[in-house]
Structure formats: C-alpha cells, structure tokens
Design a protein around this ligand. Structure first.
Ligand code: PLP
Length: 372
C-alpha cells in the first residue's frame, strides 16, 4: 500500500550555525552499520574504545569518562544531578543562556544556587570568582567554557585555582569547545565536564560526552541521597560502562555510539593540535573577510571563540531576511542571537567538519551578495 508520507529527503545544507555542524560521510556511514545488542561483545569493544578516545580528546586520565545517552543538556544534568544533593550550595556563572540553564538545572536538583552574573558577551575574572567563592563556599562552581549564545571564550586555569582553594569542585560546560579548541581537563584541574556530539565533534546530536575526576567520583560515592534523576544516575550508569560489571541500566543508543566512535577516530587521525590550528586559521580568515565588510565581533578581542563567531548585524540590515536568503539561495545556515542578543547578532559557527576554507569563502561571498 502507498503511504501519503514521502521518504526522508532533507535538503543539503552547509551548517554554519551554533550547531549541529556538518557531519562527515564516514560518521553517517558508521551510523548506518547493523545494530547489535547493547551487551554484544562487539559493542562492548566500541564502548571501551570510545571511552579511551574521549579521554584523549578531553585530555584526561579519568576512568569515569563516557557518553551519556542524550544531548548536551543531558550531559549538563548528569553532572549537576550527580554532584548536587538537596541543600548543597552551588555557584552558577551566568554570562549567557547556558550558564542560566545550569542554574535552573541545579535548582531543580535542590541546590541553593548563587547566580554570579556578567553581561552577555563578557567573561569572568578570577578575582570576581574568588570573591564569590570566599563568600559562598560552594560545593560546586559551574561555568561555561565556550558560551555558544554569545561567542565568548572563558579562561579557566586561574578560576580552577580559586575554586579549589575554597574547597569547591569545578564543573565546566565544554559543549562548544571540545574538539575545536584546547580543553585540558587534567592540566586545568577540572573536576567534571560535559559536551555534546553535534558541535566540534561533528557527529549528529544525541550523545553527551562526560568526564568525572577523582574528587567528583568521591562525592558521587559518598552521596547520602539518591541522585534526583534515575536515568542519569552515574552510580548505576557507570556499572554498564565498567568492564567489570556491565550491568544493564538502559539500552544504549547503539548506532549513535558508532557515530561518535567514528567521529573521534577522525579527530585523532587529524591530531588535536592541527585541528585546533585549523579552527583558528578559519576563524581568522572569516574575521578578516568580515572586517573588510565593516562587520564587527560582539565579543572583545582576546575572548572570541574560534568555533562560534558572534558578530554585530550592521545597522539597517534585516536579520531574518539575510538569514533566510543565505539558507534558501546558498544552503547556508547561520544562527541569530539569543536572549538579549536576539536581532542584534549573527552567530556563525566554524565547528569540526564545517571549519573549512571553502565554507569561509563561500559564506563571505554569499553574505556580500545578501548585503548588496
Ligand atoms: N551548553 C552549551 C554551551 C550549548 O551550546 C548547548 C547547546 O547549544 C547546550 C549546553 C545544550 O546542548 P543540547 O542543545 O545539545 O542539549
């Protein structure tokens, strides 16, 4: 029988927005491989290899490094819910949408949340974080490394020191940095971190890489109350990801994990340093081209993300009309502004596969035509 519903035939896009980013055909092919059982020896091998590759990309030796089933927000919830018990104090650093989301998640877990705020587009200094941690003595301080909503890159090393001096744990959102710019979990002393597959890892959305350091694991081991989320409870999920027990918790999204495995292989084949250099190079090329058109960045020099370029929309230009034309005439997706930046900035992603000279040149030419 014929169905009135056509098959899935998505248009070919160039994904230069805030994510998802372009996906390598190798990753899509891996995802189309036959599904095996979640306890099949083949899949257990894929899990082990994925964990090892994630450790390399996160630059950590943390045994508890794995992919959470769900998007970046699931990674955020997994970290917050496992570290926080009702009544615990947490500082959420908010200079964009995702810091705000972390505060919301923490409140839902029963944390007493202190919101440390900065205008969108700015970053936190170690001094202001130090003042806040001295006052609050939080169990956890959460901060976003790469604020996708604003294009700001948050330095972390000094902040890590002040958080640890005050006896707290440092939780970092690496959703828009992992795989595109240096993320040094061990060297910076990050206690817990999460990311998402659809940004600089160039895999479709659906998994959230996470890593927990020794102090975070100790906190999880010594919890007095059950983790607020059954699905994301690391005290159970980690048993499935551990070679010793492999206890069933939930059915892992097998083919998504194939995709992540292949995406990580591609990253390690390229090498982390050459990959970061590529992201920098294409960011600089884009920046020069935009400068020649009189378009400025929304974030101060020195704190601009190479993976997400937030630029001011020139006066008198219709935000939606330009983005619409870019999509319809050139197949290029870019993002608009979020929150207070809505209508004021464009967000141009150069993440993973999408960070290429070809995309930069094509985008600049297309934008020039749309602005003519
Ligand atoms: N954190 C940051 C910095 C993000 O950019 C995003 C998504 O854009 C998230 C968290 C949430 O991830 P997801 O939309 O995959 O749930």
């Amino acid at each position: 029988m014929q169905t009135p519903f056509p098959p899935v035939t998505p248009p070919r896009r160039i994904l230069m927005g805030p994510g998802p980013s372009d996906i390598s055909p190798r990753v899509l092919a891996a995802m189309a491989a036959p599904t095996v059982g979640h306890l099949d020896p083949y899949f257990l091998r894929i899990m082990n290899e994925t964990q090892e590759m994630l450790r390399q990309v996160f630059r950590t030796r943390n045994p508890l490094t794995m992919s959470v089933s769900g998007t970046g927000s699931a990674g955020m919830e997994a970290c917050v819910a496992n570290l926080i018990e009702p009544g615990d104090r947490m500082i959420a650093c908010i200079n964009g949408v995702f810091g705000g989301r972390m505060a919301d998640v923490a409140e839902r877990c029963g944390a007493e949340v202190t919101r440390l705020e900065r205008p969108f587009g700015e970053v936190f200094t170690a001094e202001e974080v130090e003042e806040a941690v001295r006052k609050v003595s939080p169990k956890v301080l959460g901060i976003v490394h790469a604020e996708t909503s604003t294009g700001a890159l948050q330095p972390l090393e000094d902040i890590s020191r002040v958080v640890h001096d005050a006896g707290g744990l440092l939780l970092v959102d690496c959703v828009t940095s992992l795989g595109g710019l240096p993320v040094e979990i061990d060297a910076w002393g990050v206690d817990a971190a999460y990311s998402g597959t659809q940004k600089c890892l160039s895999c479709p959305p659906g998994l959230a890489p996470v890593t927990f350091g020794p102090k975070a694991v100790e906190v999880i081991d010594n919890r007095k109350s059950k983790v607020q989320s059954w699905y994301l409870d690391m005290t159970m999920v980690r048993n499935y990801w551990s070679d010793q027990s492999r206890a069933y918790h939930h059915t892992a999204p097998i083919n998504m994990n194939y995709g992540l495995h292949e995406a990580l292989r591609i990253i390690l084949e390229e090498g982390l340093e050459p990959r970061f250099e590529r992201h920098q190079r294409n960011h600089q090329a884009l920046k020069s081209g935009l400068a020649a058109m009189g378009i400025e960045y929304a974030v101060a020099e020195g704190h601009q993300l190479p993976t997400l370029n937030a630029v001011r929309i020139p006066d008198g230009v219709d935000d939606k009309a330009v983005r619409g034309r870019l999509l319809e005439e050139f197949g290029i997706e870019i993002g608009g502004g979020l929150g207070p930046m809505a209508g004021k900035v464009w967000r141009i992603g150069l993440m993973g596969e999408a960070s290429s000279k070809r995309n930069v040149m094509l985008f600049l030419a297309a934008l020039e035509e749309c602005l003519a």
